[in-house]
Design a binder for this molecule. Structure first.
Ligand SMILES: Nc1ncnc2c1ncn2[C@@H]1O[C@H](COP(=O)(O)OP(=O)(O)OP(=O)(O)O)[C@@H](O)[C@H]1O
Ligand SMILES: [Mg+2]
Length: 324
C-alpha cells in the first residue's frame, strides 16, 4: 500500500519539529528514514501511524486520508516504537495475547497467531518469560512480533536495530527482508547507515523537520558515486603516471596517497576505460583502477552538516595538502 505525507507541520508549543515535511512511500518499498538526532523522525513516524495529530498537513494511505481513531485504517498499520515501555508482571505470551485481544483475536486463532509470530522472531523458547526479564534485543523482537499481530500491510519501525549486537542486527535484517519479500510496505528509521544501505529500496534524509534528499537508494548512490574520485593503484612507474595524468584535460585535480593516485575525472565510463588502456600502454604497472564508492554516510554528512563537516566528502581518504 502506498503511504503519502503532504506538507506535514508539527509544533510542540512554540517549537517547530516538522516543517512542511512531504514524502512518498511506494507500495512494497522498504523506505529508510534517516537524519540527525532531533531531526523529527520519531515525530513524523507517530504522525504516519495516526497516534499523533499533525498541526497541519495530510497523511494518506492509497489516496485515502488517514484519520486518527479510524479502526479500519488503524488495522493497516503496525508500529514499532523507539522505546518498549514498562510491562511489570506480564509474561511474553500474555503480552502478545493482550494485543491479540485488542484486535478481536481470541482462543485458538490467537494462540496459533502468537505461536507463529514468536517462532518468526525467534522467541518461542521465551514465551513463559516475564517481559521485564528479556534482554533489550529480545524486547525489540517482541515489539516487532506485537506490531505484526493483526498482519498489517504497512510497518513503521522506529530504530528497531539500535542496541543490537552484530548477530542480532543480522538476524533482524533478515527478518525485515522476509517481511519485505512478503510485500509489506515499510518505513524504518535508523542511525546504522550500513544496515539501511544494505536493506532499503528507497531513502529519505530529514534535517530540521524537512526532507533534504529522497529517492531510490540506487539513484541516490549513483549521483554521489559518479562525482567521486577514481583511485588508481600504481605498482610501478608512479612518477610517470603522475606526469601522464597531469597532461590530461579530463583530470581536474589529483592527490597522492602512498602508491594510490586519486583523480577527479571529468569523463564518462568510456573515457575511464580509455584512460586505463592508455596508462597500461605507457608501461605503467597498474594494480587497481576504480571509482571510490559513495557511502550513505558520506551523503549524510554532506547533507546534514552545518559548517566544517561539509568538508567530509569523497576526499575523506585523501588530504587537502596532498593536492597537486
Ligand atoms: N513531546 C514533545 N514535546 C516537545 N518537544 C518535543 C516532543 N517530542 C519531540 N520534541 C522535539 O521535536 C524535535 C524532533 O524530535 P524527534 O524525537 O522527532 O527526533 P528524532 O529525529 O526522532 O531524533 P532521534 O534520532 O534522537 O530519535 C526535537 O527537537 C525534540 O526535542
Ligand atoms: Mg527518534
Amino acid at each position: 500500500m502506498m503511504l503519502r505525507l503532504e506538507g506535514i507541520t508539527k509544533f510542540y508549543g512554540q517549537f517547530c519539529a516538522l516543517n512542511g515535511l512531504s514524502m512518498e512511500v511506494e507500495d512494497g518499498a522498504l523506505y529508510g528514514f534517516v537524519g540527525p538526532n532531533g531531526a523529527g523522525k520519531s515525530t513524523a513516524m507517530r504522525i504516519m501511524c495516526g497516534i499523533l495529530a499533525p498541526t497541519s498537513g495530510k497523511v494518506s494511505i492509497d489516496g485515502k486520508e488517514l484519520r486518527s481513531g479510524d479502526q479500519k485504517q488503524g488495522r493497516l498499520i503496525g508500529y514499532v516504537p523507539d522505546s518498549f515501555g514498562i510491562y511489570n508482571d506480564l509474561k511474553v505470551y500474555e503480552y502478545m495475547d493482550f494485543f491479540a485481544s485488542c484486535y478481536g483475536m481470541t482462543g485458538l486463532t490467537a494462540r496459533k497467531r502468537i505461536e507463529e509470530l514468536l517462532e518468526f522472531v525467534g522467541l518461542s523458547e521465551r514465551s513463559d518469560f516475564f517481559v521485564e526479564a528479556l534482554s533489550r534485543g529480545m524486547k525489540q523482537k517482541l515489539s516487532l512480533a506485537r506490531a505484526l499481530i493483526h498482519d498489517p500491510s504497512i510497518l513503521i519501525l522506529d530504530e528497531p536495530n539500535s542496541g543490537l549486537d552484530p548477530r542480532s542486527r543480522y538476524e533482524f535484517k533478515s527478518i525485515l527482508s522476509r517481511l519485505s519479500d512478503e510485500g509489506k510496505t515499510m518505513v524504518i528509521s535508523s542511525h546504522m547507515l550500513n544496515d539501511i544501505s544494505e536493506l532499503c529500496t528507497d531513502i529519505g534524509i530529514i534535517d530540521h523537520g524537512s526532507m533534504v534528499m529522497s529517492g531510490r537508494l540506487s539513484e541516490v548512490m549513483k549521483i554521489v558515486t559518479s562525482e567521486n574520485p577514481i583511485v588508481i593503484g600504481v605498482e610501478t612507474g608512479l612518477s610517470r603516471a603522475i606526469r601522464s595524468l597531469k597532461e590530461r584535460e579530463m583530470v581536474r585535480s589529483m592527490s597522492i596517497k602512498g602508491n594510490d593516485i586519486l583523480i577527479n575525472f571529468g569523463g564518462d565510463r568510456r573515457a575511464e576505460a580509455e584512460l586505463l588502456r592508455e596508462l597500461i600502454e605507457e608501461g605503467i604497472g597498474i594494480r587497481s583502477f576504480s571509482r571510490q564508492k559513495g557511502s550513505l554516510e558520506s551523503i549524510f554528512m554532506q547533507l546534514t552538516g552545518h559548517g566544517e563537516e561539509k568538508l567530509v566528502n569523497a576526499y575523506e581518504n585523501g588530504r587537502d595538502e596532498d593536492q597537486l
